[in-house]
Design a binder for this molecule. Structure first.
Ligand code: GLU
Length: 481
């Protein structure tokens, strides 16, 4: 194993968003191609917004995607001692100081800055308090935060593996808080302390954190550790270039699962949001992605999310999927639709696989797959009104179906070949086109105008059901007149 170590550090404040899933994926691709260690860390220091149920959901989503980590999960909430220890060390070395400014004082200063259209920067009020002054503030009962002493001038450079060097003026980075008065660390401090103590070599995360990175670098330098390398992956935007949100449809991994996407398709799709393997290849397995992944091939500019492309890709995976795995993935969707109930005996499972084989060609999601399979399970359906006009209301259709039903009934072996041969024979004998026979039959036994091959459907339904449905359709057609 190499010494490369990465971490994925979600905050359990919501479901795993596709942006987060992509960050996890890029970390995984990077670390697997380097033969390193993938650490999972739960950033749960925001006590108000973090929830245990979201931790479970995050972990379920990662498992469903097949993103296996090598270490963790570590929980930031369980590491308060570590943050306090590092903050105390900075205090002792005079690289940090206690600040007793009240929330009201700071709010007033912030309002004043806003009034002058200036960015509020902490003015350094408590920077050089004497021990005696501190003592008396403490006696007043004032709580204190701990702030990092940051340089007043010069620049802090983030040497980003994707974007190149990004410089930040230290003037603009004030003495920020590392530990709050309740003893909780701020995100910037907890994040970098963990990265350093956990010997993370590469921090790969969302672009929204780029502005935090100089602060984390200043912490790392003050703490005296070697810096990790940083990479910030570009945003994912909606087609109208706005922030991707609920109104654009599914955005969390759980929602994509519920809409019937396969993990491999989702992974393949999100990998290409901001990264490309170099050639025009679009369908890639995880192994192939690992083989060709480099951070240098990650785009600097935002990626545009395109649900039609994802659906197309999912359709591809549905067609190519291993039949056993597809049946397993599709079964919950068949249940949800009421097509399958209770335990599925072996022959039921066999039937499910055959049905799926018949309908998978055109389905783009597992929801569409279950929809396309409905008439294989349920005989009560409405006839497509367009089909009724086109196929049922033609002169002589009831009679035609009656003839066909009679012929079908006399078949001893009822399968794809025998039914097809029968239809050919009737077509020749009657002088009616093959299509003229097929259209009303299809509508009669499926209620629909399109779908898999008619004779495949007949074989799967079997003789009894096929004939019962034909008879029902004859009755229906006669009731129209
Ligand atoms: N917990 C942070 C988030 O969910 C990520 C922090 C990081 O990767 O440094 O946005």
């Amino acid at each position: 194993m190499s010494n490369v170590r990465v971490r994925f550090a979600p905050s359990p404040t919501g479901e795993l968003h596709i942006g987060g899933a992509r960050t996890a994926l890029f970390n995984l691709l990077f670390v697997r191609s380097a033969g390193g260690t993938f650490v999972l860390r739960i950033d749960d220091t925001d006590l108000e917004r973090s929830r245990a149920e979201y931790i479970d959901k995050l972990i379920d989503s990662l498992h469903w995607l097949g993103f296996e980590w090598d270490e963790g999960p570590y929980y930031q909430s369980g590491r308060i001692k570590e943050y306090t220890g590092e903050a105390e060390r900075l205090l002792a070395e005079n690289k940090a100081y206690r600040c007793y400014c009240s929330v009201e004082d700071l709010a007033r200063a912030r309002d004043a800055a806003r009034g002058e259209n200036k960015t509020f920067l902490y003015p350094g009020t408590c920077r050089n308090l004497t021990p005696a002054a501190e003592e008396s503030l403490r006696k007043e009962g004032r709580g204190a935060v701990i702030r990092l002493r940051t340089p007043d001038h010069g620049t802090t450079v983030v040497d980003d593996q994707i974007r190149g060097e990004v410089s930040f003026e230290n003037e603009m980075l004030d003495d920020f808080i590392i530990l709050k008065s309740n003893g909780q660390p701020t995100y910037n401090f907890a994040s970098i302390v963990d990265d350093l103590q956990m010997k993370i070599t590469d921090v790969i995360r969302a672009e929204e954190h780029l502005s935090n990175t100089p602060r984390q670098i200043l912490c790392a330098l003050a703490l005296g550790y070697e810096l990790p390398r940083f990479s910030h992956v570009p945003m994912i935007l909606a087609p109208d270039r706005s922030k991707l949100s609920k109104r654009h449809g599914a955005t969390s991994v759980e929602e994509f699962y519920n809409e019937g996407y396969l993990p491999e398709a989702l992974i393949n799709y999100i990998a290409l949001l901001g990264w490309s393997p170099g050639e025009d290849r679009e369908i890639l397995s995880l192994e192939e992605m690992i083989e060709s992944f480099t951070l240098q091939r990650v785009n600097k500019t935002a990626a545009i999310y395109d649900v039609a492309k994802l659906a197309w890709m999912n359709g591809h995976y549905i067609r190519e999927y291993d039949p056993e795995k597809l049946a397993e993935a599709a079964l919950p969707f068949f249940r949800k639709r009421g097509l399958v109930e209770g335990d599925l005996p072996a022959e039921g499972y066999d039937y499910l696989k055959k049905v799926i084989a018949a309908v998978r060609e055109r389905a783009r999601t597992l929801v569409e797959l279950a929809d396309a399979a409905e008439y294989f399970y349920i005989g009560r359906f409405e006839y497509d009104p367009k089909g009724v006009k086109k196929a049922f209301q033609k002169e002589g259709t009831a009679e035609l179906l009656r003839t066909l039903t009679g012929e079908l009934r006399s078949l001893e072996t009822f399968n794809m070949e025998s039914t097809e041969a029968l239809y050919h024979a009737v077509s020749e004998r009657s002088g009616l086109s093959f299509g003229r026979l097929i259209q009303p039959t299809r509508l009669a036994i499926t209620g629909r105008m399109g779908g898999p091959g008619l004779f495949e459907i007949m074989e799967l339904l079997g003789k009894e059901k096929t004939i019962a449905r034909m008879e029902k359709a004859i009755g229906y057609i006669e009731s129209l007149n």
